[in-house]
Design a protein around this ligand. Structure first.
Ligand code: SAM
Length: 259
């Protein structure tokens, strides 16, 4: 069965969710997804009742607002998207640029949804100052509003009443987790986080990530991590210490497996 997925976010774990979910323990109290993006793992886990409660978080405030609006105000969110989508005159690439400019000034979450749906290959890009820089894909119009509406309502039904939304750094948004919980960690990958126009608005420093993982291990808080030390023969950075690979509660996927 295909689960609803309103945000075609780059790096989404929608297709890999069933594989990653095999590593989740039974009886999770709260499932944390602190690098949520499109929240693909939470949608999957909530649909399959793999946890009682969910915490969905990201350091990009508009993506969290978008997820909150999808769950709590599905009708208003679907209507706003429809307005934006119908407002685009065919062949007018400047319409996209005007929405992009407005998003970069005001950060409205449905503007972000439109940009993600309409930009080149759904490949979001942000510059150093956090401005959305990706261009319009002239060959496609972006997800049709009818399909979007059904995906938005689908996610709302799956998550409503069981989820809390948080904005911030993953260490802060997971600070109240305990050994009865489970964290799914999908930070920006080393191999995609460098260069002038970066894939995500914020990058992850490897040392900070490792310190955070060590803290989780000390606290005996179970987690799974998607990590791209290598894709095929190409290595993006040094591998994680082998101690992370041997802990039963830790799953480390290389780029080939997870991207
Ligand atoms: C690889 S994407 C996650 C994709 C997600 N698993 C999905 O299915 O769509 C990484 C996300 O981490 C967020 N991020 C980057 N640095 C962060 C930080 N320090 N704390 C929390 N979120 C962060 C980015 O905004 C981005 O949405």
């Amino acid at each position: 069965m295909t689960l609803p997925h309103p945000i075609p976010y780059q790096g989404s774990k929608r297709k890999l969710a069933p594989v990653i979910a095999q590593h989740l323990p039974p009886g999770i109290e709260t499932f944390y997804e602190p690098f949520a993006g499109s929240a693909a793992m939470s949608i999957f886990a909530a649909h399959h009742r793999l946890a009682s409660r969910f915490v969905i978080a990201d350091s990009l405030a508009p993506i969290v607002e978008l997820l909150r609006a999808i769950v709590e105000q599905p009708d208003a969110t679907a209507r706003r998207y429809r307005e934006l989508w119908l407002g685009q005159p065919e062949g007018d690439g400047d319409y996209f640029n005007r929405i992009r400019e407005r998003y970069n000034e005001a950060g409205h979450h449905v503007d972000l949804l439109y940009l993600v749906c309409r930009c080149v290959k759904n490949s979001i890009r942000f510059n150093r100052t956090g401005r959305f820089t990706q261009s319009v894909d002239r060959r496609r119009l972006g997800m049709h509003p009818d399909k979007m509406r059904s995906a938005i309502f689908g996610v709302s039904v799956i998550l409503r009443g069981r989820v809390e939304f948080r904005v911030g750094d993953w260490l802060d948004t997971t600070a109240d987790s305990s050994p009865a919980d489970f964290l799914y960690l999908d930070p920006p990958y080393l191999g995609t986080s460098t260069g002038r126009d970066r894939r995500y608005h914020q990058q992850m420093k490897r040392d900070e990530l490792i310190l955070g993982l060590e803290h989780l291990r000390e606290q005996r808080i179970p987690f799974a991590l998607s990590y791209d030390g290598a894709t095929g023969a190409k290595e993006y950075g040094p591998p994680l210490a082998s101690s992370f690979l041997t802990k039963s509660a830790t799953v480390v996927c290389n780029g080939r497996f997870c991207q």
